[in-house]
Design a protein around this ligand. Sequence first.
Ligand code: DGY
Length: 327
Amino acid sequence: MNKPSILIARAVFPEVIARLQQHFEVEQNDSDEPLSRDQLLARLQGKAGVFTTGGERIDAALLAACPQLRICANMAVGYNNFDLPAMTAAKVLGTNTPDVLTETTADFGFALLMATARRLTESEHFLRAGQWTKWSYDLFAGAEVHGSTLGILGMGRIGQGIARRGAHGFGMNVIYHNRSRLTPELEQECKARYVGKEELLREADHLVLVLPYSPESHHAIGAAELAQMKPTATLVNVARGGIVDDVALAKALRERRIAAAGLDVFEGEPKVHPDLLTVPNVVLTPHIASGTVKTRLAMANLAADNLIGYLVHGKPVTPLNPEAVGS
Ligand code: DGY
């Protein structure tokens, strides 16, 4: 029997490609450069599945041009590159990679919070530039982390992981805002108190963003929200670019409207707004929150499991729109 054909849209672990080759005719973009829209369309012709990595836009126009496509397996928990209603209408399954990255991403969120509050990169640049000539009482004095108030906007699995680290590891007072409130059991486990968004902005010493990107969360943090935060507060974004208005944030940082920010994600990444590159009080990382070898391998394997599960056995592991295909 002919094996189904799939496209792997970006370079991934060779062992995962080898696994997929056991089940599929595999075409692979091994250049590690993202495919252009036209290249993606051309290379998807005749493919039943595609292994995506979060940047490939799957929408109605693409689906109409690729009628043989049955599944798009994202190697990411976020799936704002998928137009899920259009996929459901076209009976194309979307899958993502939840759970396997939760703790790793929460670790990174906390690392970014610490680096931001304690001015790690700013002080390292100063040292490397040979500017460290003497001890001073206020040299890179930052914001306290332990015992301070940790605010979390978006309280899914990763938000809960960050809350647990803050509450149990650093004795932080945790407050959160989310579309829906956690169960009392989960609130107790995370030692987190539900508050309105305004109270969250007003009270947090460190605000961490972990909400999914959608038209509703676009610029959830803009000039008006930044103006409500404490001037001593820090802001961390490990969610998605576009949730923060980067121009407004750069201005707030430059004017010290807030103390500092830590950003792993950016509007229009991998481009970074030039204003953010010139303000000193921001820690910038290139979308690596889930980036440990073990976790990235687990994510790639889960995306592969979904392709094999659905196209070979009719049963995906982590479907986003099972109603599309009745699985
Ligand atoms: C995700 O999984 O959504 C992360 O942002 C990694 O791409």
